[in-house]
Design a protein around this ligand. Structure first.
Ligand SMILES: O=P(O)(O)O[C@H]1O[C@H](CO)[C@@H](O)[C@H]1O
Ligand SMILES: O=c1cc[nH]c(=O)[nH]1
Length: 238
């Protein structure tokens, strides 16, 4: 049993979706999985295992930010997980991507402190695993889901980011900003596990007003279907 994910080897499937929000984890499990059982409730890091189209799949909450994500990812890998897809929300920059649209991350500029601590000052490029990236893009294309593949950035301080600072990153090709992908990519790579991320644009950076809930929910549903189909493609590559 791990310290925070109070589960045992065998409780978690090798293929995992990783949302930040425990409510989204529960919704994914209830909506898309069959024969669901809850393996963790400790600290609201809700974790569920079930089957999707007959294949064992787990949904594990990362909670918000790098510190929690790194703890969760380290522990689920110790418990036997082999491939992880983050299913998150992200803030777009300057309205280039509209609310509800999907971003598949090639890599994440590591602006967060968690990645910095692991790297001890080394320059590094946290990128998605190639098989996961290919599976996500393939699944999105097959579903006819409009998506953009590219660079995102991962930060710590949601309310410290301004449209002006985000715009500076856009000059270097950053599409959107979120809070978990860089440490996920780094820790997975260090431990020999596959990871990727697909995200739904939930707002524009600096504008914390909610987008229309129906638009956001449609994007999240679309993202989740694509991610689940991508996990199926990874089944024989782990
Ligand atoms: O929707 P989730 O997956 O939580 O992701 C985004 O939402 C949270 C901020 O509102 C951060 O965790 C950020 O990365
Ligand atoms: O980190 C995030 C995620 C969604 N929206 C933001 O503005 N920032």
């Amino acid at each position: 049993m791990a310290l925070h994910i109070r589960a045992n080897p065998g409780d978690i499937a090798p293929l995992v979706l990783l949302p930040g929000d425990p409510g989204r984890a529960e919704w994914i499990a209830e909506t898309f999985l069959e024969n669901v059982r809850t393996y963790n409730t400790y600290r609201a890091l809700l974790g569920f295992t079930g089957t999707y189209k007959g294949v064992p799949v787990s949904v594990q909450t990362s909670a918000m930010g790098g510190p929690s994500t790194a703890i969760v990812v380290e522990e689920i890998i110790k418990l036997g997980v082999k491939a992880i897809i983050r299913v998150g929300t992200t803030g777009g920059i300057d309205g280039r991507l509209e609310a509800g649209s999907l971003v598949i991350a090639q890599g994440a500029v590591p602006l967060d402190g968690t990645t910095r601590q692991y790297l001890e000052g080394r320059p590094y490029a946290p990128v998605a695993d190639w098989d996961v990236l290919e599976a996500l893009v393939g699944a999105a294309r097959e579903a006819g889901s409009k998506h953009t593949v590219g660079l995102i950035s991962t930060e710590d301080a949601f309310y410290a980011t301004s449209p002006e600072s985000a715009r500076e990153w856009a000059k270097f090709g950053v599409l959107s900003i979120e809070m978990e992908a860089a440490p996920l990519f780094l820790v997975a790579r260090m431990r020999g596990v596959k990871a990727g991320a697909i995200l739904t644009i939930s707002n524009q950076i600096g504008d914390t007003s909610f987008v229309d809930e129906r638009i956001l929910q449609a994007g999240v549903e679309n993202m989740t279907r694509v991610a689940l189909e991508a996990l199926l493609k990874l089944k024989d590559r782990i």
